[in-house]
Design a binder for this molecule. Structure first.
Ligand code: TXA
Ligand code: MG
Length: 346
């Protein structure tokens, strides 16, 4: 049975779940990015339950979450100076750092890699859970593998109720997309997954930082195992269109109406589109990021068979992360004004 705990002012309601987590139970927790499905990172059996509950491929490693830098000692072999700078600048926050793994972390956490992903989240509930459990917490996003990540407790209940021991309800997630993953084990720091901390912000601290080549070229095998899987896909067919092309959106909607089925639109700002379901994800990219996964899940619930989504207008900041998730959900294609598909990655 899954116990659902609503966390409001009294954060000590988290402590029972923390004790259970330390003993091998699964606890879904809110973070500032998305909800995570946590287990004791030092307990192999608990880790195997994460993979089972999510239906996650065994070759996809987990992120280890800590509440205090003291915990790094049992997670990583050493902390290079550049990584220390990142921790000082962005932790607690949406940045996951890849470093050489300590022998104390079981290999099932890292899917056999000799590196480990580590992050200190910013959400008070996640921090309390980790702190009170007294162990590093391995946690992938708390969704069934392949589905959009969960950014509300209701999403977690939908995907994982009955499969986990606790779901901590901390409301809607602030960022709405997963953390930036940066690999600090090579010569030049590489972003393996764009997320809540932007390339520009990382460059300000480190100087040189690049996107991993596979983020820009689909012929290259991604370094981050998770990036090779199709993700975030809604049940209906999803087509992306540039935000400036509202006529193209209108034409797509008109065509699909003739073809039958239920048609949905995700737009950035009020546009007056004629569709069965319209979800306005907000005018600015931050709001769009917060709402994207919820909107994709709503479209599933409403039974949309065809979904047109406007890409965000701006660039920089959260936009590469937002586009990355939208492109993954849509199979990497954007429809142009000339009614052709162009292929994009980041
Ligand atoms: O915001 C987040 O990062 C959320 C919250 C819960 O913290 N977690 C999350 O975890 O998104 P998950 O498991 O859905 O994604 C982790 C990503 C995957 O793409 C995985 O392949 C990559 O991090 N990863 C983990 N360990 C790695 C490693 N040692 N080397 C390269 N990539 C790694
Ligand atoms: Mg995930």
């Amino acid at each position: 049975m899954t116990k659902i705990v609503r966390v409001t002012d009294d954060i000590s309601v988290v402590d029972e779940a923390a004790e259970a987590l330390a003993k091998g139970k699964l606890v879904a927790m809110p973070t500032e990015t998305v909800y995570g499905l946590g287990a004791n990172a030092l307990d192999e059996e608990a880790i195997s339950h994460i993979f089972l509950a999510k239906g996650r491929p065994q070759d996809n490693p987990l992120i280890v979450h800590i509440s205090h830098k003291d915990m790094l000692e049992c997670v990583v072999k050493s902390v290079p100076e550049a990584a220390e700078k990142l921790m000082d600048a962005f932790w607690p926050g949406p940045l996951t750092i890849i470093l050489e793994k300590s022998d104390k972390i079981p290999t099932c956490v890292t899917a056999g890699l000799n590196t480990v992903a580590v992050r200190m989240p910013r959400h008070p509930v996640a921090l309390r859970l980790i702190e009170k459990s007294g162990v590093p917490v391995a946690a992938p996003s708390a969704n069934i593998s392949g589905r959009p990540s969960t950014t509300r407790a209701s999403h977690v209940i939908e995907d994982l109720s009955g499969k986990v021991d606790y779901i901590l309800d901390g409301g809607a997630c602030e960022v709405g997309l997963e953390s930036t993953v940066i690999d600090m084990t090579g010569e030049v720091p590489q972003i393996l997954r764009p997320g809540g901390i932007s390339l520009e912000a990382l460059r300000q601290v480190l100087g040189q930082v690049t996107y991993e080549p596979a983020l820009k070229d689909s012929r290259t095998v991604p370094k981050s195992p998770g990036m090779k899987y199709r993700h975030y896909a809604p049940k209906g067919e999803l087509v992306l269109v540039d935000a400036e092309c509202s006529e193209r959106v209108q034409a797509l909607l008109a065509d699909s109406k003739c073809a039958g089925g239920k048609v949905g639109v995700l737009c950035c700002g009020e546009r007056g589109y004629d569709a069965d379901f319209v979800i306005d994800c907000g005018d600015d990219a931050e709001a769009y990021a917060q709402n994207l996964f919820d909107a994709l899940r709503q479209m599933d619930e409403l039974g949309a068979t065809f979904i047109v989504a406007e890409l965000p207008k701006d660039s920089g900041g959260i936009v590469p992360a937002l586009k990355n998730r939208m492109l993954k959900a849509a199979g990497g294609r954007v429809m142009t004004e000339a009614e052709e598909y162009r292929t994009e990655l980041v």
